[in-house]
Design a protein around this ligand. Structure first.
Ligand SMILES: C[S@@+](CC[C@H](N)C(=O)[O-])C[C@H]1O[C@@H](n2cnc3c(N)ncnc32)[C@H](O)[C@@H]1O
Length: 411
């Protein structure tokens, strides 16, 4: 087996710095390259199973082969070069290495499947590239090749290889875990707009959660942020989530149970009027309903500014919030509410940009007086706010409230 193991971890575009930092912090290896959605590293310990536990990565692979010249060709002769590249690898050794990293090795490989991604124009398509590599690997291993061109997803037991031609070179990789790292086993239930777990993990790292902190997600959905936070920081004392939708709370309860993070508490509540005393929350992590994927309801639909006012009100003077925004425009309202952005980072999810923002209470500025009624005194409550005569009917929440919400945020 090889002792100089090289790995490639993939992530959402924009999260490369967090992924590189996680690799270094876990002392998994030395980072040798950071590229488009990838971080390459040379392992300190070749069989450290920690590589399969990276939380900000979408997936992790063993590096089988890399060649600059092969990957930059655009003509069909590149296909023969790809075939030769795959023939030069040692797939048996790589599969043994993969199995040594897994708690439950998959055992004999039933076959080979290859998934290729190509950047730029070429005189061949991804299926041609997959076939060139797949036939070579299958022949070396003496097992069948499963062409995705005609047969779709492969049956279980097939070794998953990945080929990337990104314009700067060809890279051939072997997936380590049977399913991608971003598919968390705890996430059995979902809701519209639910967060990509590696992005949630990056947000909780940025939140800098410490022992004894009270951590809040005022629009918790399926609970992804709180669960990622609780898994990474079990020492934080209180994890609290609210959501207006009962289905979201059911999903969050099922997921937190699956994750064995039962100390998270989720309750029905309106993020526009949280049943929490002022200055009681150390950390907020949230991707609120901005109206792009999920409509705001109740008080958030009536009054967009209520989101920021409540955030500012519940934060302690040394508190901070990490939130996702569809554009930086809503920050104008955040500033008016006494919150100061200290970090803004653009991340792409499924090709759509989103902004990861950290905010702190603006030093020397007290929370603005607002129409929010004082909450119940004392410790974190779980009383659901009662609907008032003016309150919005969630059942009728639609485009008018959504556009009002975004308009208000963008003012
Ligand atoms: C983008 S989703 C959050 C997804 C969540 N982070 C996850 O990973 O599943 C926004 C959530 O805000 C909730 N919501 C809408 N209006 C709300 C309000 N006024 N108060 C609290 N939650 C609200 C929606 O029900 C939805 O679950």
């Amino acid at each position: 087996m090889r002792d100089d193991a090289h790995f490639v971890a993939r992530c959402a575009r924009g999260l490369e710095p967090q992924l590189a930092a996680e690799i270094l912090q876990l002392e998994l290896g030395g980072v040798t390259a950071v590229g488009h959605r990838t971080v390459r590293f040379r392992a300190w310990r070749p069989y450290d199973p920690g590589v399969t536990e990276l939380r900000t990565a979408d997936d992790v692979f063993l590096l089988a082969a890399a060649d600059r010249e092969t990957g930059t060709g655009t003509g069909r002769s590149t296909l023969s070069a790809l075939h030769r590249l795959a023939t030069r690898t040692n797939p048996e050794q790589l599969l043994r290495h993969r199995d040594a990293l897994l708690p439950h090795p998959t055992g004999r490989t039933a076959g080979v499947e290859v998934s290729a991604s190509l950047l730029g124009r070429r005189r061949f398509n991804r299926y041609d590239a997959e076939d060139a590599v797949g036939h070579a690997l299958a022949a070396r291993l003496g097992v069948p090749y499963h062409p995705r061109r005609t047969e779709g997803a492969p049956p279980p037991g097939y070794a998953a290889w990945r080929l990337t031609l990104d314009g700067t070179g060809a890279t051939l990789l072997l997936r380590i875990t049977p399913r991608p790292l971003h598919r968390r086993p705890y996430k059995q239930r979902s809701v519209p707009g639910t967060l990509h777990p590696p992005l949630a993990a990056a947000m909780t790292t940025l939140a800098d959660i410490g022992p004894g902190h009270t951590v809040l997600d005022p629009c918790c959905g399926a609970g992804t942020l709180l669960i990622e936070a609780a898994l990474a920081h079990p020492e934080a004392a209180h994890y609290r989530g609210y959501d207006i939708a009962r289905t979201a709370l059911e999903a969050a309860r099922a997921n937190k149970k699956e994750a064995a993070t039962d100390h998270i508490r989720v309750h029905r509540g309106d993020a526009g009027r949280l049943p929490l005393a002022s200055a009681t929350v150390d950390r907020v992590v949230c991707n609120p309903p901005w109206g792009t994927q999920v409509d705001p309801r109740a008080r958030l639909a009536e009054s967009p500014a209520a989101w920021w006012r409540e955030l500012r009100r519940v934060l302690t003077p040394t508190g901070s919030a990490v939130v996702l925004l569809p554009t930086p425009a809503p920050l104008a309202e955040a500033l008016r509410s006494g919150l100061l952005p200290t970090h803004i980072q653009r991340v792409h999810l499924a090709g759509t940009p989103t902004y990861l923002v950290k905010l702190i209470p603006t030093p020397g500025q007290s929370p603005p007086p607002g129409p929010t009624p004082p909450p119940a005194p004392g410790h974190l409550g779980d009383r659901t706010p009662r609907p008032t005569a003016q309150s919005h009917n969630p059942a009728t929440a639609g485009h008018s409230s959504r556009s009002r919400f975004l308009r208000g945020l963008n003012n």
